[in-house]
Design a protein around this ligand. Structure first.
Ligand SMILES: Cc1cc2nc3c(=O)[nH]c(=O)nc-3n(C[C@H](O)[C@H](O)[C@H](O)COP(=O)(O)OP(=O)(O)OC[C@H]3O[C@@H](n4cnc5c(N)ncnc54)[C@H](O)[C@@H]3O)c2cc1C
Length: 439
């Protein structure tokens, strides 16, 4: 029996969540429910797994449990880049082994195609646009990353465009960056609206319970999941709850809940848009992984994401949020001097589940317990693909993508606490300091 040592508790500041179309939240669970399939976590991974299980097992009831509201967790808090290209920050050219990179590319394309199809099929209003992404640099180190990534993309035969400083304001308005590498294949979207839209349109044999926090997990012939008002009995359990899986004793110390933070302005007026210039919408990711991600959204807000903290509990912490908000202001003002005193309507944080070796977990964790965990900051595509493929695999289907995921080494071990927190915090602080103007 595992008594959960920490449960999800995100802050209430997420702009995407509050700006999403209203929906009927599914009621929390009470009493006792037994089901063949239970999915824990209704982020992109859990929603994809539940949908696919429902299609593969039309006679079974599929239960999905979410501790908060759908769209309130990390899946609704991210920057909305559904990225196609692999970006292995452990490899010198960010591509690494071409065979592995090609499989990751296939996985991401598989997920993008699912997302597009579902958005179209159900008319999900999530501002999805095939805008591509700019990877932009301002520091020497960042410029070197762009050159290295360029050679990796050549190796992989992927299209890109290098854009020099003089031409960047035409694209982005700001003249802050010295160079950018544009790749066309990324989809930009409103993540909370997508997660909610997917939850609203689950197949009829899926029962979703929101605001139902699982506090105890007991393994036996069947799996018992307890919460404050009752319990679920699962014949098969799929853990799609990101780093919280380790609070039930799975992959202990290997799933790192690293928080990152975002702020979003009010919509720019027409005059402010003219002052900014550039394209109507865009997405920028930093050349330095510790730098800032930015978005110009279809409703003309600007978003800035940066700053990291290691919240071992997986829960939000106000002091880190406040520190990040100060950094967002500095980062915004550096890039957009033409928009002085622009207020942020929203500031929030969220957990990325990272592993030290950037590897995810896919497969069985124990008898009757399976997992698709640790998207390493790329959960829109990765979670959609791995959730779907986990369901396929449990239905007895295998293909090259499933084989690839099953063969992955999985998240590696870390030193025990307090060394772990010490090491991660040192690494995060050092990385953020070195990012210089890219932060
Ligand atoms: C600010 C920010 C920016 C990011 N930018 C991007 C980006 O642009 N593109 C991208 O692809 N990724 C991005 N990410 C990462 C992305 O959000 C994650 O990879 C993704 O959310 C993982 O999806 P998931 O479904 O696996 O997990 P989650 O979204 O974390 O879903 C797991 C769910 O499980 C629930 N849960 C956990 N424990 C319990 C319990 N005991 N009982 C009940 N429910 C439980 C949680 O409430 C949660 O909703 C970003 C993340 C952040 C925070």
């Amino acid at each position: 029996m595992y008594r959960n040592t920490s449960t999800p508790a995100d802050d209430n500041g997420c702009g995407w969540f509050h700006l999403s179309p209203p929906r009927d939240v599914r009621p929390g669970h009470s009493g006792r429910t037994e089901a063949r399939w239970v999915v824990l976590g209704a982020g992109f991974t859990g929603l994809a797994a539940a949908r696919q299980l429902a299609l593969k097992f039309p006679q079974d009831e599929i239960v999905v449990i979410e501790g908060q509201q759908v769209g309130f967790g990390a899946s609704g808090r991210n920057s909305g880049f559904a990225i196609d290209l692999p970006h292995d920050i452990g490899a010198h050219d960010y591509i690494g082994d071409p065979a592995t990179a090609r499989m990751n590319l296939k996985l991401n394309h598989f997920a993008q195609s699912m997302i597009r199809t579902l958005v179209e099929q159900y008319g999900i209003d999530c501002q999805i646009r095939a805008d591509g992404k700019y990877q932009a640099a301002v520091e020497e180190k960042g410029l070197a990353v762009l050159q290295a990534y360029r050679s990796g993309l050549d190796k992989l035969g992927q299209a890109y465009e290098m854009i020099e400083a003089r031409d960047l304001p035409e694209h982005l308005g700001t003249s802050f960056y010295r160079q950018a590498l544009y790749t066309p294949g990324t989809l930009l979207l409103q993540p909370a609206a997508l997660a909610m839209g997917l939850a609203n349109n689950l197949p009829a044999n899926v029962s979703l319970y929101e605001n139902t926090v699982i506090t105890h997990l007991e393994q036996g012939d069947k799996i018992t999941l307890r919460h404050a008002n009752g319990e679920f009995i699962a014949h098969e359990l799929l853990l799609c709850n990101n780093a919280f899986a380790s609070h039930f004793g799975f992959l202990p110390g290997r799933l790192l809940p690293i928080f990152t933070y975002a702020s979003m302005t009010r919509p720019l007026s027409v005059e402010e848009q003219a002052r900014l210039g550039g394209k109507e919408t865009w997405g920028i990711i930093p050349a330095d992984p510790f730098g800032s991600t930015l978005r110009r959204t279809p409703d003309q807000r600007l978003l800035v994401r940066n700053s990291f903290s290691f919240n071992a509990s997986g829960q939000a912490q106000q002091r880190y949020l406040e520190r990040a908000a100060r950094q967002h202001r500095t980062s915004f003002d550096r890039r957009f001097p033409m928009l002085p005193d622009m207020p942020f309507d929203y500031t929030w944080g969220g957990s990325m589940c990272l592993s030290r070796n950037h590897s995810s977990y896919f497969g069985s964790l124990a008898p009757r317990v399976h997992g698709a965990l640790c998207c390493n900051g790329l959960g829109i595509t990765r979670g959609t693909a791995t959730g779907t493929l986990l369901a396929n695999w449990l239905a007895g289907e295998k293909d090259e993508l499933t084989d690839f995921l099953l063969a992955s080494p999985g998240p590696n071990r870390n030193p025990p606490e307090p060394l772990l927190s010490l090491g991660v915090n040192l690494n995060l602080n050092w990385g953020q300091r070195r990012a210089g103007l890219e932060a």
